[in-house]
Design a protein. Structure first.
Length: 307
């Protein structure tokens, strides 16, 4: 079922254009993520301008797209349950981030990796649909946007980027895209991202990025969505999958017994459900470590009433 076509994007709503383009790119391989990209664009657009005729017309058509997708994937838990959807989008964003980060640390700099960094930052934007970002995700977003701009500008100026987390300078991805408008750019298009897509170095201490945090056992799976195209010249053995460090099962869980007076609140049940959903979503990306950790958290909460 084809989604209704959108009219031209009004200039007032140009800040959501990259999220909409990302949705279009993911329609076939990740329709759930594409759905939430459009939902984010819809919610953001409504806040910007829902009154002028051209914006109202555009947002109305975008709402039709969302309704069409909701009907098409109505039996998908990631669409019908926000907890599952949040875990799905977060894992996919991390997957994109890890692919780009692995390429960066290996010293393999190319446009596909730059785009993956930037797309990861856009998908972290989308997580605000489900509530406030965690501090970790907020830092990943700023780091990914800055890395995309830094590497892009280095390559444009004929310089060799420094791999991995480093002290940051004031660079914006908006500047990089503006300079490549009309040519072969990271994100095709002629208008720049909004100020929300711009990293200002003085907002974050550089020390925050001397050791960017990656969850234990996380790695870029072999079927990463941003696989290096064959024509980039990057060999297939650039990145070898990192063996996962599977956490030991907490021995206390074997002997733990539920005290008769433990009473789980609705909030406890909701948290346990969240951990189980996160575990299920992690398994979709073969991230056994994260799945085990979340399942253990759920078990401990259900057995002892404590996290």
């Amino acid at each position: 079922m084809a989604a209704p076509a959108l009219p031209p994007l009004p200039p007032q709503l140009k800040s959501i254009q990259h999220h909409l383009r990302t949705a279009q790119e993911l329609d076939k391989r990740e329709p759930v993520v594409a759905y939430y990209c459009r939902l984010y664009a819809m919610q953001t657009g409504m806040k910007i301008d829902s009154k002028t005729p051209e914006c109202r017309k555009f947002l109305s058509k975008l709402m039709d797209q969302l309704e069409s997708m909701k009907k098409q994937f109505g039996d998908n838990e990631a669409i019908t349950q926000e907890i599952v959807g949040s875990a799905h989008v977060e894992n996919y964003a991390l997957k994109m981030f890890l692919y780009a980060d692995n390429e960066d640390r290996a010293g393999q700099f190319h446009k596909n990796m730059i785009k993956s960094f930037y797309t990861a930052s856009l998908l972290i934007d989308v997580l605000t649909v489900f509530g406030e970002l965690s501090e970790e995700n907020a830092q990943h977003r700023k780091y990914a946007r800055w890395k995309a701009a830094y590497i892009h500008n280095c390559l444009k100026n004929g310089e060799t980027p420094q791999p991995g987390p480093i002290g940051m300078e004031g660079e914006s991805f908006a500047d990089a895209e503006r300079e490549e408008a009309g040519s072969s750019s990271v994100h095709s298009g002629t208008t720049q991202p909004s100020s929300s897509s711009t990293y200002e170095a003085n907002n974050i201490p550089t020390s925050n990025y001397t050791g960017i945090h990656i969850p234990p056992g996380a790695h870029a799976p072999a079927n990463t969505p941003a696989e290096v195209p064959h024509n980039t010249g990057v060999t297939s053995n650039t990145i070898q999958p990192t063996p996962q460090n599977i956490p030991l099962v907490d021995p206390s869980l074997y002997s733990a017994q539920s005290a008769g007076e433990v009473r789980l609140t609705p909030e406890d049940f909701a948290r346990a459900q969240k951990y189980c959903k996160y575990a299920g979503s992690a398994l979709q990306y073969e991230d056994v470590s994260t799945a085990v950790q979340n399942l253990q958290k759920a078990l401990k909460l259900l057995i002892t009433g404590r996290e």
